[in-house]
Design a protein around this ligand. Structure first.
Ligand code: ADP
Ligand code: G6P
Length: 483
């Protein structure tokens, strides 16, 4: 904890783990990297349901100076709050997918009541000078509920996912209520400046607010700081994972798969197989179908890659109770079968999709074995996979990052990666071809640029700059990034 600053209390739906267990999700990874270093209290959902739901007993586990306190939800709360409002309404909407968003007043009611309940359960644990930091789209109302409970200290909020333009957000029946509730926070953080600008535009156009100097916005009598704080990873820690024995085993296993000369007569004489990897929760925002089409186009248009390009997609199942995710899984498996059926030979299967989780060390080994990492979301708040891939490479023979123009990570990595439009199949195929054939010297030059960004914009830096802004509150005054 920095001197003179109060204890940090983080509140999010998912809590932990702080160890190296496989856990798919950028929030849990970024926040545990930051909290491990600082210590504090982490409050949220236990991941369990019980009859008493949010009225249940608190459970506490202490690890690395972090006290993780959780509560259960009832089955009805889980359905209305998590599956319903958070993931059927807010997630698609904020990812610009109005076509997938569903709105109903029952889940709206439960979402608000769970926010209220979490606030009333955490309130007795708070001390006057705590810095409270609420995370993500599950808890838009939590800050204003804490104010209702009488908490007078600083409360910050960070949105891990995109904030869509006001033309889209205003379709949400409760859009005004949500943004008014957000104004109860002292500092509102976004992943990118685009997200921040969308939020400010909503305040101005829909609520009659005004933009003030120093990244502040005023609506009625409330003035809040709204600023971008791009999240990062513990880059040094991740680079150490990448040279661990567990990473080494995984890297070796994949090298054995690729240390095969291709039998394709169109390929370069002595070509070894080259590994392309993708690592994403199985989510429609990640652009997996479009990515598979891009790989298929690579094999169609650049036939020298048949037999020599090997695509491994790691895609742990996520939110599998929801129809949109069930449908996505079906389509992906169908498309993988189609591509393999069309191009496979007796000694080569072009595309492999795996839904299992890995430890962070094992994943680091997978990244390290890859010549190319494909990160092509249709929309993503930040995307930590892109940063992990960079941190896991070695200077001698680094891989190439192909990154979507719609990922938040673009702002920091674009000078070193190949940027693509994930909707443009030819563009994805062309980028893959370029990445697979990029000379070593260019790969090294590009990687150095990205490495610098990933090692300076870490989870610790993210956390410290947010806490610093929160501690300064209304005194925060910083020039706006250029538009
Ligand atoms: P999101 O938060 O939308 O899932 P991010 O790319 O920001 O996307 O974060 C995903 C995190 O989940 C990364 O830290 C990544 O390493 C981790 N992850 C993804 N797939 C797996 C897996 N199969 N096993 C373990 N961790 C995974
Ligand atoms: C994204 C969200 C997180 C969420 C994670 C995994 O990273 O920003 O809030 O925890 O996805 O999704 P899940 O629904 O399993 O928590």
């Amino acid at each position: 904890m920095a001197e003179g600053q109060g204890r940090l209390v983080a509140i999010s739906n998912r809590v932990g783990p702080l160890n190296d267990e496989g856990k798919a999700g950028g929030l849990a990874v970024g926040l545990s990297d930051a909290l491990k270093r600082r210590g504090g209290l982490w409050f949220g959902w236990s991941g369990e349901t019980s009859e008493k739901g949010t009225f249940c007993e608190l459970k506490t586990e202490v690890q690395d100076h972090v006290s993780m306190t959780t509560i259960d939800m009832s089955a009805e709360e889980l359905e209305g709050f998590y599956f319903g409002y958070s993931n059927r309404s807010l997630w698609p909407l904020l990812h610009y997918r109005l076509d997938l968003a569903e709105f109903d007043r029952q889940s709206d009611r439960i979402y608000r009541s769970v926010n209220q309940r979490f606030a009333s359960r955490v309130m007795p644990l708070l001390e006057e000078d705590d810095l409270v930091w609420v995370h993500d789209y599950h808890f838009f109302y939590l800050g204003s509920e804490l104010r209702q409970c009488g908490f007078k200290g600083r409360i910050g909020y960070f949105l891990h996912i995109p904030f869509c333009p006001p033309e889209i957000f205003s379709a949400l029946p409760a859009s005004h209520d949500i943004v008014r509730a957000l104004l109860a926070y002292d500092v509102i953080g976004f992943q990118t400046d685009t997200d921040r600008r969308n939020f400010v535009a909503f305040c101005i156009r829909e609520l009659g607010g005004e933009k003030l100097s120093g990244q502040r916005v005023r609506v009625g009598d409330r003035t809040v700081v709204a600023r971008a704080f791009p999240i990062g990873i513990d880059a040094q820690g991740y680079a150490r994972f990448a040279v661990s024995p567990e990473a080494g085993e995984h890297e070796e296993m994949l090298h054995d798969l690729t240390r095969v000369r291709t039998s394709n007569p169109d390929a370069d004489g002595d070509a070894w197989r080259k590994l392309i990897v993708g690592v994403d929760r199985m989510d429609y925002s990640k652009g997996l179908l479009e990515r598979f089409r891009g790989f298929e186009r690579l094999l169609e248009d650049y036939p020298e890659n048949r037999g020599s390009a090997q695509f491994l997609q790691v895609a742990p199942l996520s939110r599998s109770e929801l129809d949109a995710y069930v449908e996505l899984r079906r389509e992906l498996e169908e498309m993988a079968g189609h591509i393999n059926g069309r191009f496979a030979t007796l000694d080569w299967t072009p595309l492999q999709i795996m839904t299992r989780g890995f430890t962070r060390r094992a994943l680091a080994g997978i990244y390290r074995a890859a010549r190319v990492c494909l990160v092509t979301p249709l929309r993503d708040g930040m995307n930590l996979v892109a940063k992990e891939f960079v941190a896991a490479q070695d200077a001698e023979d680094p891989g190439v990052l192909v990154l979507s123009r719609f990922a938040g990570a673009r702002a920091e990595l674009e000078a070193g990666c190949i940027i693509v439009n994930p909707y443009n199949t030819d563009d994805v195929a062309g980028a893959l071809q370029r990445a697979l054939n990029m000379p070593l010297e260019e790969r090294q030059r590009r990687w150095e640029i990205m490495r610098e960004a990933v090692f300076s914009g870490t989870a610790a830096h993210w956390c410290d700059s947010f806490i610093d802004a929160l501690a300064r509150g209304a005194d925060f005054d910083e020039p706006e990034a250029s538009e």
